[in-house]
Design a protein around this ligand. Sequence first.
Ligand SMILES: [Zn+2]
Ligand SMILES: [Zn+2]
Length: 420
Amino acid sequence: MSIQAPRGTRDVLPSEAYKWNYVESLFREICEKFGYKEIRTPIFEHTELFHRGVGETTDIVQKEMYSFKDNGGREITLKPEGTAPVVRSFIENKLYAEPQPMKLFYITPCFRYERPQSGRLRAFHQFGVEAFGTSSPSVDAEVIGIAMAFYRKLGITNLELRINSVGCPECRNKYNEKLKEYLRGKLDKLCKTCQDRFDRNPMRIIDCKTDSCKEEIKDVPYMLDHICEECKTDFEGLKENLTLMEIAYTVDPTIVRGLDYYTKTAFEIVSREIGAQGTVCGGGRYDGLIGCLGGPATPGVGFGMGIERLLLTLQNNQIEIPKPSGLDIFIAAIGERPSKEAVRLLHKLRLEGISADKDHMNRSLKAQFKYADKQQAAYTVVIGDDELEKDIVQLKNMDSGNQEEIKLSNIIQELKNRLK
Ligand SMILES: [Zn+2]
Ligand SMILES: [Zn+2]
C-alpha cells in the first residue's frame, strides 16, 4: 500500500501554489511598506516556551501541542503559533537594545493537534506581525492598518473590524472581582468549561458559545465599562488613529483574550461569508508577554492571520488570483542535430532570463506543438535539419499563428525584442 499524508495535513499542488506565492509576496510587500522586517524562527522550540508564552490553561497547551522528546532527551514542541517564538528571539538576540519600536513580520507553518471533525488542519500556516517597544496606540492602529491594507489590496471588502480594550492588570483585577460577583450566583447554570474558567480565567466565560451560558450572562458587566484612565486614554487614542486612517470599526465589548499578559487593545476582523466563526484575523496588545518570558518589561502588539482561511475567504468572494504566465519560448526540434542545437539554445535562453523549455519525451513535431500550447508558450522555435542547413529557425507566434524565419545567430536578440 502506498503511504498517505498524515491526517490533518494538505499538499499544496502546483495548480494551487501560485496562489500561495501571490498572497505571500503581497503580504511581504505591504509589511515592508509599513516598515516591518521579516523574521524567521525555527519550526520547533523548547516546550517550556509555549507553556509560559501561550499559557498552561489554554486548550493549545493542554491538548493540542505536537510535543516530543528528542534523542538528547530535550522536551521539544512544533510551534503551535507564531508570537512566542518571535518574542523568544527578540529577548535572546537583544533586539530591545536596537532602536525601537522593533517592527517584525513572519510567515510560518504552525502545528496543532486539532480534532479532525472541526475541519481544521493540524499543519497550517500563518501570517503575523509584532511591534515591540512602544505602548503608543498609534502602533496598535498601524498593526490593524497592515491587515486592512492587505485585505483591501486583495479585494476583500466585506469585512468588519471589531475593537475592544481588555484593560491592564490594574483595572482588570478590580473588574474580575465584579465579574465573579455577578457570576457566582449563576455558577451551577453555566457549562462545565465555564465552571472551570471561573477561578482561572473568568473573562473567558464572556466568550462562551454555549446558548445556555450566553443566556445566563446577557447582563454581564464588560471590562470596557470598567477600564482605568490610562486604558481609556489609550482606547480613545486607538479610535482616533483609526479614524484618521479612515478605517471603519465597531466597538465590541465581548471580545476577550484569555491570558494575563494581554492588555488594552484586542481586535478581530470578521468576514461575513464564512458564517458565525468568520474571524479571519485576530490580535491585540500583550504588554506583559515579554516580561513573562524573561525579557525586560517591553510592550508589544500584533496579530495573526491564517493563510488557509485567507485563501478560503478569497474563494468565497470569487476573487481570482492572477495565474502565472506561461513559457516565453518552447523549442521544437526534429532530428538528431536539431535536438543538440535545441539543448544548446535552450540553456542560453534560460541564462538570459527567458523562460524556455523543450521536449524530453521524443514526441513528434505535432505533439511537441500540442505540448507547447499546454505550456502556454508565447513563441515556439522550430529547428529541423533543413533549417540548420540554412542557419535559420522558424519562429511561430503561438497567439497569432504568424511564422517567420530568423537567423539562428540572431535568435536570442530577436526573441528578447519580441518579449519586451
Ligand atoms: Zn487599565
Ligand atoms: Zn459556557
